[in-house]
Each structure stands twice: as C-alpha cells, then as structure tokens.
Design a protein around this ligand. Sequence first.
Ligand SMILES: C[S@@+](CC[C@H](N)C(=O)[O-])C[C@H]1O[C@@H](n2cnc3c(N)ncnc32)[C@H](O)[C@@H]1O
Length: 173
Amino acid sequence: MYVYEPADDSWMLANELKKRKCRRFLDMGCGSGVQANSIGRADEIVCADVNPDAVETAKNNVKTGNARFVVSNLFDNITGRFDLIAFNTPYLDDADPRDMAWTHIQNGEDVIEKFILQAKNHITKDGKILLLISDRNYDGYKLFAMGQGYNWKIIAEKPLFFETLYVVELSVQ
Ligand SMILES: C[S@@+](CC[C@H](N)C(=O)[O-])C[C@H]1O[C@@H](n2cnc3c(N)ncnc32)[C@H](O)[C@@H]1O
C-alpha cells in the first residue's frame, strides 16, 4: 500500500515537534516515520499506522533506539497514556476512499472525529495532542473537539495556494 511521502504538512508538524520534549510520544499515522524523527526528545516513542507498509518503512527510517512500531487502526492496538500525541491527518475529502494515506472518510466514518473522540483517553493529565488539519471542515472539527471538552489552540498556520494548513494543540486541562 502507498506510504505517504513527507510533504508541506509533514514538515509543518515536524517543525513544531522539534521544539518539544516529553516522556512518552505517540506518532499516530506515522507513515515514513518523519514525526518520530523530528521530536526534540522523548524517552519512549510509539509509531502507529493502519498501513503495515508504512509501519515497515518507519521501522527502517526511525533512527532512535527507543521506538516501537505498531500496526493499528487509530488506538485499536495502543495501550497506555502519552504526554504527547501527534497526528498529521489524512484530511482530504475527495480522495479514493481506499487510500488511507489521504482520505478521512474510512468505512463511512470520519477518522479525524474518531481520533478526537478517542485521543483524550490516551493522554496523561497534562498531555497534549498536535493535530495537523486543513481548512476543510476546520470549524466542524473545532466544534466537535470543544464539545468533547478539549481546549483548541492554533499553534501554526500556513496558507498555501489551494488550502490553509493548521497545527492545532488540543488539551483537556
Ligand atoms: C497524511 S499521512 C501522514 C504521514 C506522516 N505522519 C507524515 O507526517 O508525513 C496520514 C497517515 O495516517 C495513516 N492513517 C490513515 N488512517 C489511519 C487510521 N485509521 N489509523 C492509523 N493510521 C491511519 C495513513 O496510513 C498515513 O500514513
């Protein structure tokens, strides 16, 4: 299955991660492993992706010795809580529904909403989530997250020719 090649969105999220230090870091939807390679410092890293080929690619690319690699549909195979979770989401809504690298509609469900719903059960008390999304349904996700009790803070914004990208920090404290 196609493994996402790092693009503008990847580098934008990576740029925020390189400033951060934490104990347990989850790179959700790890793709090539670019985010795990970007975190400033983490004692323990878990790289997860629904695509087994992405997990294999990340295994080859991630340089630190403290990373584990898991094939998982969102949190299905993830245990424990993390101080920091990052997800560069598959935010397109007009991609082939079989292509999980790009599309957020999977089996009739919105994977970004599902992630928002589940992620708060996988962060520590002061844990943070960095979400890369675009302006497609931005207001809908914001409303949904706030309805789930999250604080919503834009920490980076990048207007491109055809869309605007955001890195949003979510927390529940
Ligand atoms: C836009 S790519 C980002 C890849 C990489 N993290 C980066 O920043 O370049 C989205 C990634 O999320 C993964 N993904 C999509 N749906 C998923 C799901 N339900 N559970 C876990 N990972 C998923 C895709 O396979 C893909 O690797």
